[in-house]
Every structure is written in C-alpha cells, then in structure tokens.
Write a new protein. Sequence first.
Length: 393
Amino acid sequence: MNEQELRRLLTVSVEDVLPSQPAAVGWERARRTRRHRRAVGAVALAVTLVGGGTVALLRPPVDPPSTHPVAPTVEPTHADPVQRPPAQLTFPPDPLARLGNPATVRLSERPVQRALALFQPVDEEYHADGPVRVLGDDGVVRSLDVVTLAPTRDAGGNEAPAVKPGVLSPDGRWAAFAQTNELVMVDLVRPGVRRIPLDGYLELVVWSGDRVLVGGDNRTYAVQRDSDAASTIGVSAWDVVAPDPAAGREAALIEMIGERGGLKLRTRTAQDGAVRAEQPVTASALPSPFQVNEFYGRGWLHGERLARAAWITNSEIDGAEGAAVLDARTGAVAHLLDLGRDRAKGCCEVLGWDNKGAVLLRLEPAALARWHPETGEITGIVRDLRGTIALAG
C-alpha cells in the first residue's frame, strides 16, 4: 500500500467519529447524581417565592445566563403528554419584557388605555419593596400612585403583598385588591379609587365577567364592578378557577379541589355557587409513574382547557414541581410540564393564558415564561424579576 492509499484510508476511518460533547456528558452526569439524592428533606431553604408565600432557596445556575439566545432543547411534539423545559431559555422580544423596567411616570399623570400587567417588587423577606408598576399596552411603565395598598393578612397575622395573580381585570382597565375588611377597586383608565366595605380577612381576588370574587377567612363575596353591590357566594377563593373572559357572565364556575387520589373538578352555578357536578381528575394519558399529587396557585380556564401549577410524581421523585393542562369537560390531564426537583417549592405558579393558547407561568430563574403545551416549546419573557405579577386576560 503506497502513501496516498494510506492517507485515503485514514481519512475514511475518522469520518464516522463524532466530536466529543462535554456539556451533554456533564449534564447527564449531574442528572444521574440528582437522581440518587434523597427525595425529601432539602426543600426548606429560604428564598422569596412568588404568589404562594412559601419560602425556599433556588440553587443558582452552574453558568451565568448567556447574553445571547440559546436554542431550546425541547423538540416540538404533539404526542408526548409529559414535557420538560430546556436547560436554557431563549428570550425573544415580548411586550411583557418591559415589566422589568422601572416606572417612568405616575398613573395619575398618564393613565393607560389598557394595562397588560401589574408588578409588585418585594424584598428578601417577601415584603413590598417600592410602588406597584403598571405596564400599559403602549409599553410605558407607570407607578400606581392613586392608592396605597396594605399587605393582605389572615387571622393568624400572616402577611402577603396585595398584588396577586387575578387582581387585574381581563380587559386591563380595572384592578381589584383584597384588603382587610374592604375591597379596593382602582380604575386604571380614568384613575380613581372605590372602597367597598366587606367583613373579614380578605386575601384573594379573581374576576368573573363583570364581577369580582374576593375572599379569605372561609368566606367569598361577589361584588359588581360598576356598583357597590355585594353578596356572599358559595365558592372558595382559593380553589375557584379564573373563568375564560370569552365565556360570558353566566358561565359556570369551576373549583379544583382535593389531594392525590381524590383530585376533583367541581362545577358550580355562576350566580349563587350551587354545586352542579363533580368529576375526578384522571391521568390515564400520562406514562407511569407520572401523576398529579396536588394543585396550588390560581387555575385558569381557556376555552375547554384548564391550566394550574401542581406538585407531581415523576420518574425521580414524589413531590417535584410541575404544571398541568386539563380538559375541563372530562377532568383528564392532557399535558404535564415536569419541572423537576431542583427548584424552590411552589416556585412556578401559572399566571394565565395568552391569546395564542400558551400558558404563562413563573419559571425561576426566568421569572416569567411562556409554555406552548401543544408543541412543548418554552421561551423566557423576563429573565430575573423578584416580586408578584398579575396579568390581564
């Protein structure tokens, strides 16, 4: 064999040798290490949680966030009901990204035509840390200067910021805040404040058509938006799902109740909250051992789909973080976002749907992310935002 033939042979022999992938190997090694850790015990480290009021500590990422978008590793799929976020998120341009900017003008000086979101900064102790920001559809961030909000309290004295998911009306023209012994209604278009006296420690708000459901302390009121008329209604402010704004005032209310082995969707009449039906939440479409253990945070209805954050069982741990999309007619879990165990407990509350059928949720350290359940694609919106967020429908 001459020299030329030998070189040709060596060239062909190395063509099938793939380049090394140290990053992928390192990620797989880390995944195997986490799998062998004990499932219970290390989740009570302190960091501010958004929306749930639980405190835990997120492990910082191994590498600092890239300044350039990184392509998601999740391949779009219509088949797999269990999906996972990519190791790193892209951050395409998004109107909500301005929520991370400081306020440049006061609401009283420059009202909105429609608010996209409210944001309340908090400190490390989960106390309000600065004025509430109002992001208008013009991209301008305003400070909410027409009212001073106190934290909500329960009978035990536990406090939380007044801004919570559900306080902003679906049309972005009003905000409603639970306060002890009153509901505060804020007109964001013609800045003004109405205070409606109500008895009790009120903590949570959700909009249902032209009514506000506000409750806490085992009592929920239904308050008309354009008057001070209020009545009690037989739904739980903790369990009731935010209705689809397109469904109309008479649409039935849905509650998500129970724990593992007894999760249910309970349907109630819109006017008085009388129980109409109950059906179990089922997970037969999920591969073993995946299941939903318990829901938390606000649930959100979009057409016939219902999204809510949950604690789940996955292939590594009983008690991982996740988010689920259900068929509201049957109670069947259609899609499950597996967020794993290496996150703060209660980290990833669902904040609503966008008009293209994507779920908006907290996803540390992205702070705010967009999940398309039909394809599995997840992208970031705001990279780092410490505080509570309320989005318009």
